[in-house]
Write a protein that binds this ligand. Structure first.
Ligand SMILES: [Zn+2]
Length: 180
């Protein structure tokens, strides 16, 4: 496995729409290797819980979710899954603001910025699993939050597009706030 370089703003690639894969492509060695490398790349950071292929310069609709306890969210239960061609097909409840950051969106200090982004508490997501099988299921909680962020990446949307510029805080401000 290889740790890949993560693109950061203002990379134009991050704005590209990711291409859907055919079911047969999901199981190819090329795609398996890319997924393994993205997992390695997430593992190398301390806070990340998901990453989409476009963030490592491959605009393919691949989102790797790797939820694990982080310094700010020590109670998270580990959860690993790769979503291909993920789309939100339905939502439930009203959007509520949730803190998030992204290793591709950095401030002047070159560190990730943070903001509270309105996200649905529950979504229905349609995707292909690692075997190329079509699935559609309801998810809620932290996974629903992470998936909304990753699915935005597939459409070239960054979380900072969804909030007022004044709501974006620096890495240092965020981590000071979380310690309180
Ligand atoms: Zn992100």
């Amino acid at each position: 496995m290889t740790k890949l370089e993560v693109l950061t703003t203002p990379s134009r690639t991050l704005r590209k729409k990711s291409q859907f894969l055919k079911a047969a492509e999901v199981k190819t060695e090329r795609v398996r290797q890319l997924v393994a490398d993205i997992r390695e790349t997430i593992s190398a950071g301390e806070y990340g819980v998901g990453m989409s292929a476009v963030q490592v310069g491959k605009p393919l609709a691949i989102s790797v979710v790797m939820i694990r306890p982080t310094p700010n969210r020590p109670d998270l239960k580990p959860f690993n899954r790769t979503y291909f061609n993920a789309e939100v097909t339905d939502t439930e409840g009203d959007k509520t603001p949730m803190w998030e950051g992204c290793c591709s969106v950095v401030g002047d200090d070159d560190k990730p910025v943070y903001a509270q982004v309105p996200r649905y508490p529950k979504i229905q997501v349609k995707y292909l699993d690692e075997n190329g099988d079509a699935r559609e299921e309801w998810v809620d909680g932290f996974l629903a939050h992470v998936l909304q962020h990753e699915i935005d990446h597939l459409n070239g949307t960054l979380f900072t597009d969804l909030v007022d510029a004044s709501a974006i805080i620096s890495y240092d401000e965020y981590h000071a706030l979380m310690k309180k």
